[in-house]
Design a protein around this ligand. Structure first.
Ligand SMILES: *Cc1c(COP(=O)(O)O)cnc(C)c1O
Length: 234
């Protein structure tokens, strides 16, 4: 089996190749390593290959890892569902949150973000697969929601995020992402801070890059199959 460092190197080459193929600016697509359920040791291996951005879904597991690894060499992204009683820990320990889809959560994150830290970077999660997904705001509500988030003082609105229902072909995957990319283009004209389209996972990263994704969230492609999650305190 290839090592984590080898996977990262290969994926970087692949991203370069896809940027080229789809006429994306070189270096415009960033890799977010999704390390949920993988041990600290694997994160350290990815870091040794120069990986800086890591995404976590489960708060208590993530806090343990942040405690072990620290915050100076890693940019930590929270990408999982957010319960309102967990916002303080997220506001205090993360650099980015990709899964904001309720104003109540956004307000709490802003209120609880410590003044000693820069504003928390936010992607608004959009539901682009209709009923098949419970999370995310409806595309038609995006504009008003982003406007509200942009006014919260301790948040920095960076972009949109989506997790589409799996589809098979590249053409289908692209068709699902396209309307989101159009919304993103429209909103970026209103909000200078919006520069991030967080789309694409291990199985659909090509479609995401083709449609303008700037941050692809890869777990399995970097770390291999996920070990089962140990039930935890949160
Ligand atoms: C787990 C997860 C990923 C990574 O999925 P892979 O298919 O392993 O690449 C990406 N985004 C989110 C929100 C996730 O929860």
């Amino acid at each position: 089996m290839p090592s984590i460092a080898e996977n990262i190197q290969r994926l970087r080459d692949r991203v370069r190749e896809l940027e080229d193929r789809y006429q994306r600016e070189s270096g415009s697509v960033k890799l977010l390593a999704v390390s949920k359920t993988h041990p600290v040791e694997n994160i350290l291996q990815a870091m040794s290959a120069g990986q800086k951005d890591f995404g976590e879904n489960y708060l208590q597991e993530a806090l343990d890892k942040i405690q072990a690894i620290g915050r100076t060499e890693v940019t930590w992204h929270f990408i999982g569902p957010i319960q309102s009683n967990k916002t303080r820990d997220i506001a205090e320990h993360f650099d980015w949150v990709h899964s904001v889809d309720r104003l109540k959560i956004a307000r709490r994150l802003s209120e609880q973000r410590p003044d000693s830290l820069p504003p928390l970077n936010i992607c608004v999660q959009v539901n682009i697969s209709g009923e098949s997904s419970k999370s995310g705001i409806a595309p038609e509500d995006c504009e008003a929601f982003c406007e509200a988030v942009a006014h919260l003082p301790r948040l920095k609105l960076r972009g949109l995020m989506a997790i589409p229902a799996p589809t098979e072909s590249l053409a289908q995957q692209r068709a699902v992402y396209r309307p989101l990319a159009e919304i993103m283009q429209h909103l970026a004209q209103q909000h200078e801070s919006m520069d991030t389209l967080s789309i694409g996972m291990s199985d659909d990263h090509e479609a995401a890059i083709a449609e303008g994704g700037t941050m692809i969230r890869l777990g399995t492609a970097i770390f291999g199959p996920r070990p089962p999650r140990v039930p935890e305190r949160d």
